[in-house]
Design a protein around this ligand. Structure first.
Ligand code: TYD
Length: 148
């Protein structure tokens, strides 16, 4: 029913659709390229924290959680990896393999980072300081909460 209450395949906006690739400015230079990220301009939030994942052993995965409030922006600053996204009802996989392309993640998305290439670096820009209480680390608890 158009304009109905949504449900599986309905008109309701999916959180997963808000997760999107954002192309960053790339300043090409024979001396080497440069990409810039400004808070609240190139990413849709104020950047309050930066961290990065590196030296990820072959076959390892990171993530495996969701956040209640935190928004994040992931960049493959070097190399590549895949991000498996899940909003409790749908799933999609995004590959990051360019340092000028980032993945914006709104709150309430379960994510897993897999298939890290050798020497890859995952740069993460975050909207809030670290807070363990903001994490869902149990998938069933996450699903139950977002289904409400
Ligand atoms: P976690 O977020 O689970 O890592 P990932 O999702 O990248 O696999 O964090 C791993 C550990 O690092 C955990 O013990 C908490 C700690 N940590 C901090 O102390 N500060 C931070 O900003 C982050 C992201 C993690």
């Amino acid at each position: 029913m158009p304009g109905g209450t949504g449900g599986a395949g309905g008109a309701a906006r999916r959180v997963l659709d808000e997760a999107r690739i954002i192309e960053l400015p790339k300043i090409v230079d024979l001396r080497g390229n440069l990409t810039v990220v400004e808070s609240s301009r190139h990413v849709p939030f104020e950047i309050r924290r930066v961290y990065y994942l590196y030296d990820v052993p072959a076959g390892e995965s990171r993530g495996g959680h969701a956040h209640r409030e935190l928004e994040q922006f992931l960049v493959a600053a070097s190399g590549s990896f895949d991000v498996v996204l899940d909003d409790g009802s749908s799933r999609k996989t995004v590959t990051l393999n360019r340092p000028y392309l980032g993945l914006y993640l709104p709150r309430l998305i379960w994510r897993e980072l897999v298939n890290f290439s050798s020497g890859s670096v995952c740069l993460v820009l975050a909207s809030l300081p670290y807070d363990e209480a903001d994490y869902f680390r149990d998938y069933d608890e996450f699903r139950t909460t977002v289904a409400r």
